[in-house]
Design a protein. Structure first.
Length: 478
């Protein structure tokens, strides 16, 4: 606030405390802690000045209640967070953010403790009087304790709770730019705990969806600064300035957004809807697990025990799958078709001597995970669809996960009386989340990943109660 003290205009910070409460709170540090003023120069580096409070005076607030106000030398301008929240002219706000970024960079990688990262603690000087000679207006950074005491709640949604230094500044700059272009902050939860959790997890709508047509350069920089992992804050701030303020002159906000044709907008809108569905499901599942970790671990242990006992009982029954009456090629087809059906029992019936152990273990794991999710989310249908069924339905993006074998082609290599060898060429489809390929996992389409395989399969005839039956004795994967 601007007030009059000792017969002159001054900059004041209302503590909201009366004289007695102010004394009891021992807030002398509010007077001794300095702020900073970063002033640009026509040539050369910015000048950095200390701002020190001159004293404390008692004033009456709007309701007539006396409050103590810390005051110091006058600095006139606009609070950065108010420019954002009051929907000022976008070009004016963009220029103010550029001035803020320039001042942060001028302070270096390790700014003094007197710098507050919150937009509400920054005042951007009015530009009148510089005649256009200076690259940007001066910026005032309020003393952190005064900002925390008087105005900090105003800018929570622009400040990451765990970041500081240049990484924290880059996050704040990106959040403010997002607000200019999208008309809303990237993180807008009303509850502070949820707001901070969203920030930590990067739970926000990507700016390319929020602002269709935004130039790819600022879009990529904003996205990088807002989502984990964080790093290279100073570099990001410099690159943002290079895009938004080339040659020292701030571009207009409108020039960075190009209208999209209906042809370009429709696919982007569909992709946005798909992203929001996946993101919502992912966030809900993750937070449910975090809240109920102990219960879930107990349930998992109990469920795994039940599954293992059930599998053991089923194995003892006479109705177990069998290769009785099958020709070698039928045994091979039954083995690979069982992938997509998660039928590990059929796979075990097709092999002997530990052949295909890795394949069978993978299918068992998916089977247990699928059943566990069905129990937790009270869902009757499977979360996994076979690759053959998926291809029959068109092979496009799908809400469920896809797993299994398609395109199986079998040719015989050699044949003897009690032993035959075949070559099997096929494609194994694996959910992107389980592929181990981080580039594939980052795609925004829910499509499985194909792996083209060739196996050399040796089958032998084995005597059993039901006669001599063919089994896979060895699988050599090329």
């Amino acid at each position: 606030m601007i007030l009059e003290a000792d017969g002159q205009k001054a900059l004041g910070f209302d503590t909201g405390l009366d004289s007695r409460a102010f004394a009891q709170a021992k807030l002398a540090r509010l007077i001794t802690e300095p702020g900073l003023i970063v002033r640009p120069a026509p040539e050369g580096p910015h000048r950095i000045e200390l701002w020190k409070a001159s004293g404390v005076i008692e004033r009456s607030d709007s309701s007539g209640k006396p409050t103590m106000v810390v005051w110091g030398p006058l600095f006139e301008g606009d609070r950065l967070d108010l420019l954002l929240n009051e929907s000022a002219e976008p070009d004016t706000v963009l220029a103010a953010i550029c001035a803020w970024i320039q001042s942060i960079l001028a302070l270096g990688e390790n700014p003094p403790a007197a710098v507050s990262p919150w937009p509400c603690a920054a005042i951007i000087a009015q530009e009148s009087g510089n005649g256009g000679a200076l690259p940007s207006p001066a910026v005032f950074f309020a003393p952190p304790s005064l900002a925390q005491r008087c105005i900090i709640a105003a800018a929570e949604r622009y400040v990451h709770p765990d970041l500081d230094g240049m990484n924290g500044a880059a996050f704040t700059a990106a959040a403010m730019l997002y607000r200019i272009f999208a008309g809303t902050p990237p993180f807008s939860a009303a509850d502070e705990s949820t707001l901070h959790q969203d920030m930590r997890e990067g739970n926000f709508l990507p700016v390319r969806f929020a602002v269709p047509g935004l130039d790819a350069r600022p879009s990529a920089l904003i996205q990088q600064a807002l989502e984990p992992p964080y790093g290279k804050g100073a570099q990001l701030l410099g690159e943002i300035l290079a895009v938004v303020q080339p040659d020292g002159k701030t571009v207009s906000a409108a020039s960075l957004v190009q209208p999209l044709s209906e042809t370009d907008r429709l696919p982007l809108e569909k992709e946005k809807i798909q992203f929001q569905k996946r993101k919502t499901a992912s966030v809900k599942t993750r937070r449910f697990v975090m809240r109920n970790a102990t219960i879930l671990l107990g349930c998992c242990a109990a469920l795994v025990t039940v599954v293992l006992v059930a599998v053991s009982i089923i194995h003892d029954r006479s109705r177990l799958p069998s290769t009785a009456g099958m020709e070698p090629a039928q045994v091979i087809e039954s083995y690979y078709n069982a992938f997509g059906e998660l039928d590990h029992q059929m796979m075990e019936a097709c092999v002997i001597n530990g052949a295909g152990k890795g394949d069978i273990n993978s299918v068992i794991t998916l089977f247990v995970v699928n059943k566990t999710r069905q129990v937790y989310e009270k869902r009757n249908s499977s979360f996994i669809i076979s690759a053959r069924e998926w291809q029959q339905e068109g092979g496009g993006a799908i809400d469920t996960q896809v797993f299994g074998v398609t395109g199986l082609h079998i040719t015989i290599n050699k044949e003897q009386a009690e032993e035959v060898q075949y070559r099997a060429d096929y494609t194994l489809w694996v959910p992107a989340q389980l592929s181990g390929d981080t580039e594939m996992e980052s795609t925004e389409t829910n499509l499985p990943i194909p792996y083209h395989r060739t196996d050399i399969i040796t089958l032998v005839r084995k005597k059993e109660k039901r006669g001599f039956n063919w089994h896979i004795a060895e699988i050599q994967r090329e």
